[in-house]
Design a protein around this ligand. Structure first.
Ligand SMILES: CC(=O)SCCNC(=O)CCNC(=O)[C@H](O)C(C)(C)COP(=O)(O)OP(=O)(O)OC[C@H]1O[C@@H](n2cnc3c(N)ncnc32)[C@H](O)[C@@H]1OP(=O)(O)O
Length: 470
């Protein structure tokens, strides 16, 4: 449900009539109401996830219904359409959200903190105190830790309910409904020459969640609390590329294979960073069973991380990608497609078919659909145009053939053909139909794809992890 703020008219805002004070008191975590979105004139139905009292009134963290969580935001109480309030239907977990009266008002100076044009006017977040979790948590260096030690991660991200897998770079389970992990906790990340506004929660040490920005070494991904600490770190840090073997280089683009067991520090830091932009994954600290394929761009200062995908050393479900990410400054430029293409090149070398771990995010689905379509259409067109059968009839091309040629799992081939409307039931069997229209789609796609993976440049031999110690 969405409407324009203008159409509704600010005069209808309940703050204009006398019962505003009374109504705001009825707003609780879990309730729903119409809210004016921060960066537009749209008004959408939203769920209130958290409420803070500030010297200027209330701030509310809201999730817009049927929208991706990366649009969740802190809004001013004036953005609320209080006359549309619907009481909370589900029980808010005890202890997950601080009752309003327990929240300390935020100092005015803190509210005005801003770092660069990208920073939103967010209050410093004060999380409710939760029992500190058991072992294995990322740590700030001793000399970099804040003077007063605070409980570490305010939340153990590993879900307590039963899960199919309890180790891994990230699990597909645990699209957390916990109020705490539904709230973005890091305001800004500085990585190399970029500043990025995170999309989602990531379990960085709680000390860092109170800062206007956190600073990451772009080569080893160590997180630091200030630009000064980063400067000091950079004087010592000798690494100029991701750890592990460089297994591919074409012009200035490289891929490094990072073993999650041998390079635990890097792998964990990579997962923490990635979680800021991955919503539907839960972070674990056991990176041993994973390999991380990090794509980096080279210049005279070193290899700068662009994105990565992780892959289980041994996947019972034959997944060839666990998590995939392109850092926001590099998104929508074709790098996601390159990562996906690379993952299938690895599968081809392994002589296997593969598929990404489910569920896919909205952007993941778009990217995979686009890659699968382009790859399958390419094979169909190649097949149609290159057949030299010396007058013999062309043999039928099957779904299994397409799957073998591309390493795209059979089910994904079928769903792509269906989506492209190329899979038809004809005379009692399914046949693949290549239309003229699809040739135009193919030409358009070819024009769009600027860079591709060159398989000849891949220096990599698959390993049998079953025989090795993971
Ligand atoms: C298995 C899993 O891990 S699923 C999780 C996937 N990862 C995430 O969601 C993390 C956050 N998102 C990302 O990191 C990136 O958006 C990725 C990796 C999904 C895609 O990377 P990008 O470099 O942006 O993708 P790329 O530029 O190659 O585009 C690939 C296709 O997706 C489409 N696409 C990508 N982003 C968008 C967007 N924001 N809006 C619309 N279409 C988009 C592109 O148009 C393109 O399709 P086309 O060639 O038909 O035009």
């Amino acid at each position: 449900m969405s409407m324009r703020w203008d159409e509704e008219g600010t005069s209808a805002h309940p703050s204009m009539n006398g019962n505003f004070k009374m109504t705001i008191d009825r707003v609780t975590e879990g309730c729903r109401l119409m809210v004016k979105m921060g960066n537009s004139e749209d008004v959408r139905e939203a769920e209130v996830l958290s409420i803070r009292k500030t010297p200027h009134g209330y701030k509310l963290y809201v999730h817009y219904i049927e929208c991706n969580r990366r649009l969740d935001e802190w809004v001013d109480e004036r953005a609320l359409r209080l006359d549309t309030l619907k009481a909370a239907t589900k029980n808010v977990r005890k202890g997950a959200v601080a009752p309003r009266e327990m929240v300390t008002p935020i100092a005015e100076t803190q509210l005005e903190t801003s770092v660069g044009a990208l920073v939103q006017d967010l209050p410093q977040k004060k999380m409710p105190t939760i029992q500190p979790p058991p072992a294995r948590r990322p740590k700030l260096d001793e000399d970099e830790a804040p003077a007063s030690p605070t409980p570490f991660l305010a939340h153990q991200v590993q879900p307590s309910t039963s899960v199919p897998r309890t180790s891994g770079s990230m699990s597909m389970v645990g699209h957390s409904e916990d109020a705490l992990t539904r709230i973005r906790n890091i305001e800004m990340v500085e990585l190399g020459r970029f500043r990025m506004v995170p999309w989602y929660f990531s379990p960085y040490p709680v000390e860092l969640t109170r800062l206007p920005a956190i600073y990451l070494c772009e080569f080893c991904l160590k997180f630091l609390k200030s630009a000064t600490c980063l400067r000091r770190h950079l004087e010592k840090c000798r690494i100029k590329h991701p750890p592990g073997n460089e297994i591919y280089r074409n012009d200035n683009l490289s891929f490094f294979e990072v073993d999650g067991r041998r390079n635990k520090f890097y792998a964990q830091n990579l997962c923490l960073l990635a979680k800021l932009f991955l919503d539907h994954k839960t972070l674990y600290y056991d990176t041993d069973p994973f390999l991380f394929y990090v794509m980096a761009e080279k210049d005279d200062r070193g290899f700068h991380i662009v994105g990565y995908f992780s892959k289980e050393k041994e996947s019972a479900d034959e997944y060839n990608v666990a998590c995939i990410l392109v850092l926001p400054p590099y998104q929508k430029k074709g790098y996601g497609r390159l990562l996906i293409e690379f993952s299938y090149e690895l599968s081809k070398r392994e002589g296997k078919t593969g598929s990404p771990e489910k569920p896919l995010s909205d952007l993941g689905l778009l990217s995979y659909r686009s890659f699968w379509s382009a790859t399958i259409i390419e094979k169909l067109i190649e097949y149609k145009t290159t057949w030299q059968g010396n007058g013999q009839e062309r043999p039928m091309l099957s779904v299994v053939d397409l799957s073998t040629m591309t390493s795209i799992r059979k089910e994904d081939v079928i769903s792509t053909l269906q989506q492209l409307n190329l899979y038809k039931y004809y005379h009692g069997q399914y046949v693949i139909v290549i239309t003229d229209e699809i040739k135009h789609v193919y030409e358009k796609m070819q024009r769009k794809i600027k860079v591709r993976i060159d398989p000849r440049r891949l220096q990599w031999t698959p390993r049998d992890w079953g025989k090795r110690k993971i």
